[in-house]
Design a protein around this ligand. Structure first.
Ligand code: SF4
Ligand code: SF4
Length: 225
């Protein structure tokens, strides 16, 4: 049996941008996340906001969770609901920003994140894809496109589910005032990727291992951002 990883993620050179390589057929988002996680703990990976710059995330004084802009993907949202023993409407009411929901963006409460206690994430095993992927280090072009495409698809799937439950209004009724330029840009991207096969993969997945990376490798998907 071949135990070689189906995905690798490492800096191209010392201090250089991180590059993902898909090494085998059938690679899944779970494979990518397993390859990605060690980057956070690796003191050999450059991190812009860490002090010193070559350090693990643990112990970082800046701690991006304090002001993170987090829109959960549907896999993590469902796992979070199970972990907290809440149904989705209750989770949305308690942990998502009401104004953002009205505007069609299921964004978590922030500054700081509701799940940050004493500088540590209290829902670490079920944290969102944005939380898992965010790393203050440069990314190689393909890697950045891939990570953005996957994260967008997961967020769009969340929006589909919450809209189906009546927790997000249909597009024509979404609030438009008071949104930042970033909010508007993100909403446009989410609208544009609604029909992706990757969104459907998220909707059907119980876990990240159920989501094939192949659905994100099409040019129109990678180049949307
Ligand atoms: S990714 Fe976040 S926790 Fe890690 S070094 Fe950067 S700011 Fe700190
Ligand atoms: S869910 Fe956890 S990892 Fe994500 S922003 Fe909140 S505290 Fe940080």
């Amino acid at each position: 049996m071949n135990d070689a990883p189906r995905v690798t993620a490492r800096p191209i050179a010392a201090g250089g941008p991180v590059a993902v390589r898909i090494e085998g057929p059938g690679a899944t988002l779970g494979d990518l996340l397993r390859a990605w996680q060690p980057l956070c703990d690796d003191p050999g990976v450059y991190k812009q906001f860490a002090e010193p710059h070559f350090a693990p995330c643990r112990g970082c004084a800046v701690n991006c969770c304090r002001h993170a802009y987090v829109v959960p993907d549907i896999v993590s949202l469902r796992q979070l609901a199970a972990h907290l023993q809440l149904d989705l409407p209750r989770l949305a009411r308690d942990y998502l920003l009401e104004d953002s929901l009205r505007a069609g963006i299921p964004r978590m409460r922030t500054s700081p994140c509701s799940f940050l206690v004493d500088g540590l994430c209290t829902v670490y095993p079920v944290r969102t894809l944005i939380c898992r992927f965010y790393l203050c280090t440069p990314l190689e072009g393909f890697t950045e496109q891939l990570v953005y495409a996957i994260t967008l698809a997961g967020m769009a799937a969340t929006r589909r589910v919450l809209r189906g439950m009546g927790l997000i209004p249909p597009a024509a009724a979404q609030a438009g005032h008071g949104l930042s330029g970033f909010d508007l840009h993100l909403r446009r991207l989410l609208d544009a990727c609604e029909g992706w096969a990757g969104v459907q993969s998220f909707l059907e997945a119980a876990d990240y291992d159920d989501i094939p990376l192949a659905v994100f490798l099409r040019r129109e998907v990678l180049e949307l951002q």
